[in-house]
Design a protein around this ligand. Structure first.
Ligand SMILES: [Zn+2]
Length: 319
């Protein structure tokens, strides 16, 4: 009798490491989330990843592990070589495949975390009926993933979908990418806090987190509502570019800040409708993500399932 097949999806973030065992029909059989402790360095985090995979395997013992998908917060090749990792600088140049392959018996697949977020929402989330869509993750920074006709768009060098670094203010705030006025500097959680501080002198009275600012805005505080309106305007300008460029079915807004989407999403839609061409603006739906914290592991699982399947097909039908 064939054993039931599952895959493991890994979502490594700057704060949390999430690991899930997912069945081939998309059921999350087991999930865990631990601190990624990146400050202890790469080797400590790799140990933690291996330990978490073991824990997942133990919890679904009896089933057959078909592959492991890995979402990394930076630029990573399909072979697991990391070439850019702004939040994990000591990982640059490392090969995750080399570090993990001899300790794991299953095939390994790698992609950027925001790309996998998009795959997750496309498989089981809000975008499951959309053929072409963009995902934006509004967190500490702004991540992006672009799915066109059902496939991730990686670009010639794997650098596509840096939606956080499209320019929305030509002479705006300097960004760590070297540019100025990037969307990330106006539509992320850290941008929200910065913009709130900018408006009040020394800024010491401003709450230090986007959640706290959202609470004040929701209670009707006009100053903080205004900060959200400012963020919404820039987000609307950014998504106008995506709508005019790609004529996509959907834009999915995820990340921690999307929990406050009641404070900015409708204004961002209005800004986009005011600026974009009418036909693509009428088509596109701008909606909050649906899978919450699970999107990354679900997308990583989808990557592993799909690519494992493709490899088998290729072996069956060699060209
Ligand atoms: Zn930038």
């Amino acid at each position: 009798m064939n054993k039931l097949v599952y895959v493991i999806g890994i979502d490594l973030g700057g704060t949390n490491l999430k690991v899930g065992a997912v069945s081939s029909d998309g059921k999350i059989l087991f999930r865990l989330s631990v601190s990624s402790d990146i400050k202890d360095g790469k080797d400590a985090t790799i140990k933690r990843i291996l330990h978490s995979i073991e824990e997942a395997r133990f919890n679904v013992r009896g089933l057959r592990l078909a592959g492991i998908g890995f979402g990394f917060p930076g630029l990573i090749s399909p072979n697991g070589v990391i070439s850019n990792a702004p939040n994990l600088p000591d990982w640059e140049g490392a090969s995750l495949k080399n570090e993990l392959a001899d300790k794991l018996s299953a095939p390994l697949f790698f992609d950027n975390d925001a790309n996998l977020f998009a795959l997750g929402e496309g498989w089981l989330g809000v975008a499951k009926d959309a053929k072409s869509f963009c995902c934006l993750t509004l967190g500490t920074g702004v991540g992006g993933g672009i799915v066109l006709d059902g496939n991730l768009w990686h670009g010639a060098d794997g650098m596509a979908a840096e939606i956080g670094h499209i320019i929305v203010e030509p002479d705006g705030v300097s960004c760590m990418c070297g540019g100025r006025g990037c969307l990330e500097m106006y539509a992320s959680a850290s941008a929200l806090v910065r913009m709130a501080k900018e408006g009040v002198g020394d800024g010491s009275s401003v709450p230090p987190s986007a959640d706290a600012i959202a609470q004040l805005a929701r209670s009707g505080d006009p100053y903080y509502r205004g900060i959200f309106n400012k963020l919404a305007r820039y987000l609307g300008i950014g998504i106008t570019d995506l709508v005019n460029l790609l004529n996509i079915d959907m834009i999915v807004i995820g990340g921690g800040l999307s929990q406050s989407s009641d404070l900015f999403l409708e204004s961002a839609r209005k800004e986009m409708r005011k600026r974009a061409f009418k036909v693509p603006a009428d088509r596109v739906r701008v909606v909050p993500a649906q899978l919450g914290d699970d999107a990354g592991i679900v997308g990583a699982a989808f990557l592993a399932l799909n690519l494992e399947h493709q490899i088998k097909e290729d072996q069956r039908n060699p060209t």
